[in-house]
Write a protein that binds this ligand. Sequence first.
Ligand SMILES: NC(=O)C1=CN([C@@H]2O[C@H](COP(=O)(O)OP(=O)(O)OC[C@H]3O[C@@H](n4cnc5c(N)ncnc54)[C@H](OP(=O)(O)O)[C@@H]3O)[C@@H](O)[C@H]2O)C=CC1
Ligand SMILES: CC(=O)N[C@@H](CCC(=O)OP(=O)(O)O)C(=O)O
Length: 314
Amino acid sequence: MKTKIFIDGHEGTTGLKIHERLSLRDDIELISIAEELRKDPEEIRKCMAAADIAFLCLPDAAAREAVALAEGCDVRLIDTSTAHRTEPGWIYGFPELSVQQTAQIAGSARVGNPGCHASGVIAIVQPLVHAGCMPADYPVSAVSITGYSGGGKKMIRQYEEDKGSELYSPRQYGLSQKHKHLKEIVTICGLTQLPIFSPVVDDYYSGMEVMIPVFTKLLKGCPSAEAIWQILADHYEGCPLVHVLPFGEDKGGFVGADAMSGFDDMEIMVAGNDERVVITSLFDNLGKGASGAAIQNMNIMLGLDSGTGLSLSK
Ligand SMILES: NC(=O)C1=CN([C@@H]2O[C@H](COP(=O)(O)OP(=O)(O)OC[C@H]3O[C@@H](n4cnc5c(N)ncnc54)[C@H](OP(=O)(O)O)[C@@H]3O)[C@@H](O)[C@H]2O)C=CC1
Ligand SMILES: CC(=O)N[C@@H](CCC(=O)OP(=O)(O)O)C(=O)O
């Protein structure tokens, strides 16, 4: 029997990508909603009631309303918004955190899909904290470059209709250090102080590069760059969607922030020397940063292969 899926917000950037992927699968039946009724609460509720799993690809407020509409239905939810990621009763949808995390996602009816910038930071910091290498009070600092699709339909329109203006160069934002992903970053990594987080949006469609500089003397035992690499390589061994590049691999000395655009997997690179190291994660904000991760979580919830077999891998 096919799994019935409803995508609330299927006309948005994240929803469209999920729709595109799932419409190619013959184990899935997509529940459709009439264009003129796609924001109608009664109609949404009917679709929820008919679905096994619903993806919420909505702004935060609409995602909260959608969860209320799903009350009393058997449907399992994967919310791609920021609304529930650290809420009680919700499981954070980054299965690579641990075997236990994967098992919790598999059994959950409420999964909060990670934030795009947050995914890149957490992928680097959480294994180092968990291994006892990075102290919980380490002053983490991260720069994260994203393509403009990270801002959804509105920002895509802004960039694609506004060529020739100031939008041609990278633009730093989140200047007040209150970015919405900070909460999930500290919570999931187990950090005791907020990182300095500098997001940058640039004039290309999709792809992310998160860079975290590390002074090795501030880590436990002053590990070498290779020892840091080894912790990450061990942590991600066997993970189908997160790959730690061989130690010393530097992509020719130039790392493009859109290197993983169009793919669902993430690459992690450790570069530098034994005093100063930069750890980088590369992925697609719409892949492992949103729709690809959401499908990965759905696969796990359905007991299917969580990896590349059903995703788009480089
Ligand atoms: N873009 C990205 O890289 C990432 C996005 N996300 C998250 O995913 C969620 C969706 O983002 P994104 O796809 O980028 O946003 P978009 O703006 O591209 O899409 C949002 C969609 O939601 C629809 N919508 C708004 N309100 C309602 C409602 N009440 N009922 C039904 N549909 C509604 C919009 O309708 P309309 O078409 O009429 O505007 C639009 O189609 C957000 O919470 C975002 O934070 C997470 C990770 C990365
Ligand atoms: C370029 C841009 O504005 N990007 C958004 C992040 C993408 C997003 O929608 O945030 P979630 O991953 O939490 O859903 C931002 O930084 O707020």
